[in-house]
Structure formats: structure tokens, C-alpha cells
Design a protein around this ligand. Structure first.
Ligand code: TXA
Ligand code: MG
Length: 323
């Protein structure tokens, strides 16, 4: 199958209406979308990604009003968060109605719901008569795409169309929250920081995303978001050795001993929001350079630094045995 790249919403609509999958831009990462009410179409997402059917998908809507037929209720605290952060990088786990196909939720009672902010995907959702089911548009276990070319590199030949909306503004997946015994729980850290949630609800919600055996969300699986090149944290006592062919991803240009051919600098100023926007693109870029090993600095444990470290913990975990 030939994979076309373009910015034509109508072309994307026609394919989606025919039950095809289309890669879509969002403000977080690119998604691999299908008609969220069409089981056969949704199956194609799992096939293209090589993703197990036990891993549920997020449904994307054009507005808060549009979700009504698909959820039983919207508890006040979640509605407050929706009003604050939608459209934007927040996913709510809500009790689903029977209109949501089982394959979307992997048989669970709750469905992940998000109203994205990216202009092109909003335009597309406005002209569709159904929500879009979409996971991140990477092969299962790999780094999420934040540019159309990242999608092309992983899924070329497997999908008919990539709707190109440019580089993703946030660069890290949505934050996933839901209620457990009326208590707000963060199931995946992401584009909305803990501090931002705290500012709205008045306290810092607990995080429940580290269970290894029962992955509820893929953010909960310990090995994930990984490049092909062996990937490790740059420890603070690290000493650069010239004769090794290693690559480095740094928050700031603070290691003059490393030549520019071997390092990728995320920001001039150390701004974590900018770093999040560029992080996955940096990993994709450096992963293609054939270094023997790729090192990355741990981020400060504040704001989006916490979300980024969460991803890096999983991405580096896979290679721990190599060290
Ligand atoms: O920013 C994002 O959330 C992107 C864009 C495309 O919207 N999507 C994304 O989807 O990251 P995905 O499938 O790669 O990650 C969503 C996570 C998965 O780990 C999935 O297990 C979890 O959300 N999830 C989805 N529905 C769920 C549900 N009903 N209950 C628990 N976890 C759920
Ligand atoms: Mg994903």
C-alpha cells in the first residue's frame, strides 16, 4: 500500500468513512485513527501497530458536548478538569455507554476520552459524524511520533494517509486521569503536569501508573517508548571518552567536552516545556545515527520534567541488562 502524506482533511474524511486508518496530528503526538464506532476499522489500528488487543484506545471528540451519547456520567471534578484543559492534552476515563464498541476499551467499563486542540484534527473532527479512536502512531513499544516523517518511518506501506499538521506543540502524550472510589487518580503522566492539576483541584492527586503485571495503560508497562539504539541515563559522574561512538541528548549545552557531532541540545535556556516539545524528535533523530549507545540527562523532577522522566525510565529499562 502506498502511504500518502498531505494536509487535506477531506481526503482523510473519505478514507475514515470507508473504514480505513489515517495518521492524524494532535498537540501531543501523532495518532493512528479510525472510525471509533467501526470495529473492523479499529482492528486495522491494532494490526498496523502490532499492538495487543488487550490495550484500550482513546476516543477523540470535537467538543465536551459531543461525548454525551458515549458516557454514562461526567463527575463534577472531572468536568471541572475538562472545562479547564479541553481542548488539550488531558484524557478522562469515564464510564462508557453501549455505543462504545468493546474493542475500544478492551472490555473495560471505562473509556478514555479526549478533546484535542490541534487545529487540523479539530477541523477533521468537526466534519466527521463519529469520534476517532486513536493510539499514538508508532509501532508497539517504540517512541511516539511528533512529526509526520516519524510516522512515515515506522508505518510506511501499512497505512494509506498521514494528515500532516506539522510538529506537535506539546510533544508528550496526554495526561490520563479518572476516579477510583471517588478519588482522582493520575493513570499516566503527560502534557498536563501534576502542578497544573493541583492548581485546579487544590491538592496533588496520587499517581497509579507503575503496576508491572496488570498493565491498565501502556504508560503502565515498564518497557516502552524505546528507541533501537541502547539507551541509558547520563549519570552525573559520567566522564566522556573520545574513542567511543556514543550519542548524547542534553537539556542545555553544558558539556563542552562532547563534540557537536555526538550531541543533540534540546534547549538554549533549559525550559522544560520546550524540552518536552522536542524530546521525542531528538530521540528519533539520534536513533538514526548508528551510535553504539545513546545517553540522555535525567530531567529535574518538576512540571513536565516528571512526565519526561517517566517515559525515559521506561525507554531505558529495556536496555538495563546491557549495562
Ligand atoms: O496524547 C495522547 O493521549 C495520544 C494522542 C494520539 O491522543 N494517544 C495516546 O494513545 O497516547 P496510546 O494508546 O498510545 O496511549 C493511551 C493509553 C494506553 O496506555 C491505554 O492503555 C490507556 O491510555 N487507556 C486507553 N483507554 C483506557 C481505559 N479505558 N482504561 C485504562 N487505560 C486506558
Ligand atoms: Mg502510545
Amino acid at each position: 500500500m502506498e502511504t500518502l502524506v498531505g494536509n487535506n482533511c477531506n481526503q482523510a474524511r473519505l478514507l475514515l468513512e470507508k473504514g480505513e486508518v489515517v495518521a492524524i496530528p494532535t498537540e501531543t503526538v501523532y495518532g493512528l485513527a479510525a472510525n471509533g464506532l467501526n470495529e473492523l476499522a479499529i482492528h486495522k489500528i491494532f494490526e498496523a501497530k502490532g499492538r495487543p488487543l488487550s490495550n484500550p484506545l482513546i476516543l477523540h471528540f470535537s467538543s465536551k458536548q459531543a461525548i454525551n451519547p458515549y458516557v454514562l456520567d461526567l463527575p463534577p471534578i472531572l468536568e471541572k478538569l475538562a472545562d479547564f484543559f479541553w481542548p488539550g492534552p488531558l484524557t478522562l476515563l469515564l464510564n462508557k455507554t453501549s455505543l462504545v464498541p468493546e474493542i475500544v476499551t478492551a472490555g473495560l467499563d471505562r473509556v478514555g476520552i479526549r478533546v484535542p486542540a490541534q487545529p487540523l484534527i479539530r477541523e477533521l473532527l468537526e466534519i466527521l459524524s463519529f469520534p476517532l479512536a486513536a493510539p499514538s502512531a508508532n509501532l508497539y513499544g517504540m517512541v511516539s511520533p511528533t512529526q509526520a516523517v516519524h510516522v512515515l518511518n515506522q508505518l510506511q506501506g501499512k497505512i494509506p494517509y498521514i494528515l500532516d499538521g506539522g510538529a506537535c506543540e506539546n510533544g508528550i502524550e496526554s495526561t490520563i486521569v479518572g476516579l477510583d472510589n471517588e478519588q482522582l487518580i493520575v493513570y499516566r503522566l503527560g502534557g498536563i503536569s501534576l502542578e497544573q492539576l493541583e492548581n485546579v483541584i487544590g491538592y496533588r492527586p496520587p499517581i497509579k501508573n507503575h503496576t508491572e503485571n496488570q498493565p491498565l495503560t501502556s504508560g503502565m508497562v515498564k518497557h516502552h517508548y524505546a528507541p533501537n539504539t541502547p539507551f541509558a541515563y547520563l549519570e552525573t559522574d559520567f566522564v566522556f571518552e573520545e574513542d567511543k561512538n556514543d550519542g548524547f541528548i542534553l537539556l542545555k549545552d553544558n558539556r563542552p567536552e562532547i563534540p557537536y557531532t555526538q550531541k543533540h541540545i534540546l534547549t538554549q535556556t533549559g525550559d522544560l516545556k520546550e524540552a518536552a516539545q522536542k524530546l521525542y524528535a531528538a530521540i528519533h533523530f539520534m536513533d538514526q545515527k548508528h551510535y553504539s549507545k545513546l545517553f540522555i540527562e535525567r530531567f529535574e523532577e518538576v512540571g513536565l520534567g516528571i512526565s519526561m522522566n517517566d517515559r525515559l525510565n521506561r525507554a531505558t529499562k529495556k536496555f538495563e541488562k546491557l549495562r
